[in-house]
Design a protein around this ligand. Sequence first.
Ligand SMILES: Cc1cc2nc3c(=O)[nH]c(=O)nc-3n(C[C@H](O)[C@H](O)[C@H](O)COP(=O)(O)OP(=O)(O)OC[C@H]3O[C@@H](n4cnc5c(N)ncnc54)[C@H](O)[C@@H]3O)c2cc1C
Length: 411
Amino acid sequence: MKLMNCMDGVVGVENRQLVIIGAGPAGLTAAIYGRRAGIGVLLLERGMSGGQINVTAEIENYPGFKHAEGMELANAFREHAEKFGAEFRDCEVKSVSIDGDVKTVKTNEGDIEADALIIASGASFSRAGCKGEREFAGRGVSYCAVCDGAFYEDAPVAVIGGGNTALDEADFLTHFASKVYIIHRREEFRAHKSAVDLAAANPKIERVMGFIVDEIAGGDMVERVVARNLKSGEIREIEVKGVFVFVGTSPNTEFLNGDKSIERARGGWIVTDNKMETSAEGVFAAGDVRDKFLRQVVTAAGDGATAGMAAYEYIFHQHRLKSTLLAPEHVTAFFMSSIDSEHLAIASQIDSMEKSGEEKIVIVDAHRNLRIRKKLDIKVLPVVVEFSRGTKVREAVVKTFDDIINFREKH
Ligand SMILES: Cc1cc2nc3c(=O)[nH]c(=O)nc-3n(C[C@H](O)[C@H](O)[C@H](O)COP(=O)(O)OP(=O)(O)OC[C@H]3O[C@@H](n4cnc5c(N)ncnc54)[C@H](O)[C@@H]3O)c2cc1C
């Protein structure tokens, strides 16, 4: 099936079926699913495709890969999306505007109108900003306990930060590490009381309050942190094999700042339903940019698969709505529910009537197509409706196939 773009044939406006912002694991997986479903896919990426996994030395928790280098996995994801014909463009998305069905993506390479949009722009970790942090990234400095905690079995580690994430992750790290130092610049944690109490009760956790880390030091790998008390100036050198930095993570959503239609949770994370659809119709979000529990490659890929299929379904239904119900000069449609056996019986009678050459009546499963039902303001089922160029001319609630025939004969 080839679905046409809404703007096919219009000169001067680049129009695409599915535009995906970000070619990390979420965006690349969405591209694979979208292409396999038969829709046109354009991925917009401002950096390297693969996203955050490009800066991940080792990945040990992506199913099927007992051990992979981040770049190796990034390349495998990209090659897979290319194999199915996804198109890539190197550009930065500057803004997105949603006006009903029209979704406009402004980039430094021009504007694109999309039938459906997936935001898979990921997240960025804030850095502590101390000496040695960049140098030892991937050699003892980490930003993800779930990813790297298991590398520190029976070894001492430090956590930098004092919010909920820092305390939760410190608690998680005590499952592996021999000792966890939480180094925080303030005298009090910013986390919830329950997380603070949990940390206080954990014998493996030592709190180093009122200190900032001046340096992360070592040889090939991290060996110690140098911390300084902000009031007294006291210097503490703490021997650790790993340093986990949790001083903040934020979604990459600067380009949404001018848009109010996409709901966001505290911190700016995008809110979606279980189909990854945002509060703006036809706009989906997948991966780390979403308001979610676990930010990992596998969950980003899972979100991407759902978003890719949901976007396909959206485009398909929009296309069907336009071509079968809204565009024709005259059309009669039967709106029913596929979970009601009486509705199904009427639908099959309509099917057999069509086979004998009668005028076509479009059958719409309004149970599965809630969006179409809402758009066309279908309140009761089953109902038969006559449209002329997308405008309702008349409608009648029906009980039997004969009711539909009577309705049509009155035309
Ligand atoms: C150091 C580190 C180690 C990690 N280790 C592991 C691990 O071992 N196992 C694991 O499962 N997970 C790990 N993770 C987490 C994992 O990498 C992420 O959960 C995953 O990459 C999220 O995928 P994503 O596609 O949602 O976002 P991202 O990977 O962040 O990709 C988003 C993409 O969008 C692009 N983008 C953003 N804004 C724009 C814009 N305006 N215009 C165009 N493009 C844009 C970015 O350049 C990026 O390429 C690690 C993360 C880090 C940082």
